[in-house]
Write a protein of this length. Sequence first.
Length: 473
Amino acid sequence: MLLIKGFPRFRTMFNPNSLRIRLTLGIAAVSILGLTGVVTSISLTMQKILVVTHKNNTRYIAGRFPHDVEIYSDMVSLEEGTQKAIDNLSTPQTLLWVKSPQGNLLAQSPVLKMGIKGTHLVSLQDIPLQPELKLLNNRYWLLCSTDLVVRGVNLGRVYIAQDITADETMFLTLMGTLILVSAIVTVCMTVAIAWYIKTSLKPLKRMSETTKDISAEKLGEVQIELENAPSEVKELAQTLQTTLTRLSDSWEDQRQLVSNVSHELRTPLTVVSGYLQSTLRRGNNLTDIQREALETASSEADRTIQLLQDLLDLARAENGRIYFHLETVVLNELLSEIKGMVAQYPVSIELALPTDSVTVKGDKNRLKQVLLNLIDNGVKYSKSDEPIVIKLEQDERFAKVQVCDQGVGIPLKDQTRIFERFYRVDEARSRNIGGTGLGLSIVKTLVEGMGGTIQVISQLNQGTTFNILLPLS
Ligand code: ADP
C-alpha cells in the first residue's frame, strides 16, 4: 500500500475502481477458476483410471493364486507348488509372499528373496483385503492380501504388492506439466484480455479527455469524434454531444439575458442616481432625516450601478466581446499614477519600484481597473493603520506586480474559490464591508485576457498578496 501511495502513475494504472482493472481481474479470475477446474477434474480422472487398472490387476492375481497353487501341488509338494505359483506370477513390479496362519514366511518372490526391493513389506501387519495405495520409502505400492485355501485347507495368507511408482511418477510429471502450461496460458490470457479491454475502453477515455477541460464558454465548440468505437459508446457520445449543445445554448441565453438586463437597468438607475445627487446638492431646506434617506438611496443606487457594470463586463468577456486596446505600458509610471488616484484612501499606499522601467503589452485602462480593484479590496479588508504595499519586479519573460496588504487574510479553503463569480468568503462580514463578489472574477478575466495570470497567497490575520504576472513587451 505504501509502495502504491508513493507512485501516483502506478496507482492510476492499477486503480482497483477502474472499469479496465475490474473487467481484467474479473475475466482473469473466471479463466483461472475454469482452468483450475479442468486441470483438477482431468487429474482426478487420470488418477482414478491409473489406480483402478492396477487394483483390478492385483485383485485378479489374488483371485487366481490359490487356483495356481492347487494345479502345481498336483505335480509337486504343496510348499513347492506355492513357490512355483509365486514365481509364475511375480514380476519386478509384482511381489508375492505367503505366510502360515502362525505368521511364518512360507514362500516369497525371488526379488524379495534376493533382497532387491520390497523386503520391508513382508513385515507389514495390517495389509487389507481390498487393494490399497500406500507410499512407503518413497515408492507407491498397491497392497492387498487374501486367505490361501487349497482344497479346503487353510494354508495361511497370500500377500500381493504392486509397485506402481513408475506410473505414478509419470502421472505426477504429466500433472506438473499440465499445471505449468495452465499457468502460462492464464498469464498469456490475462495479458491478452487486459490489452483487449484497454483497447475496447479507449473510446471512453478519448471521450473523457475531450470533455474534461471544456470551459463553460467552449461548450458549443466541442466535437466528440469516436472512429471505430463500439455502437454503445457512440450512442453515449451522441447523447453527451446533444447535452453539451443544449447546455451551451442555455448558457448563451443566460449570458444574453444578464447582459440585456444589466444594460437596460443601468441607464434608468444612472438617471435616478444623477437626480438623487443633484437633489442632495441643491436641497438646502432638507431635514436631516430626508438627507440621510436620500444619501442611503444614492449610495445604494451607485452600488447597484457598479454591480450592473461588473455583470455587463463579465458577460462581455464571456461572449468574447471585451476588447483590449493593447499597447506598451510602462508599469512604473502606471503604478505611480494609480498611487496618485488613491491618495484620498484611508490606508497609505507604498510603492516598491525598481530603478529600471518595466514595460508590458497591455491595456492601460484595464490594468488600472485591475489594480484599483485589488487595492480597493486591500483597503476594505485591512485596518487603516496597515499600509498596502505594491511591488514591481521582472524576470526574463514576465513582469510581476504584487499587491500586499496586512489585513484579515483569506482562509486556505476559500483561496481557490475567490475568483468565482459572487463568491464571498464570509457573507456576513463582506455584507457590512460592501462589494458584490464579482470584483476578483473580473480581475482574473481581464488579466487572462491580456495574456497574464493571477495568484493569491494569504494567511489568516497576517495579510494577503495578489501576484499578477504579465508578459513583457
Ligand atoms: P467583493 O466585492 O466581495 O470584495 P471580490 O470578488 O473582490 O468581491 O472578492 C471576493 C472575496 O474575496 C471577498 O468577499 C473577500 O472575502 C475576499 N477578499 C478579496 N480580497 C481580499 C483581501 N485583500 N483580503 C481579504 N479578503 C479578500
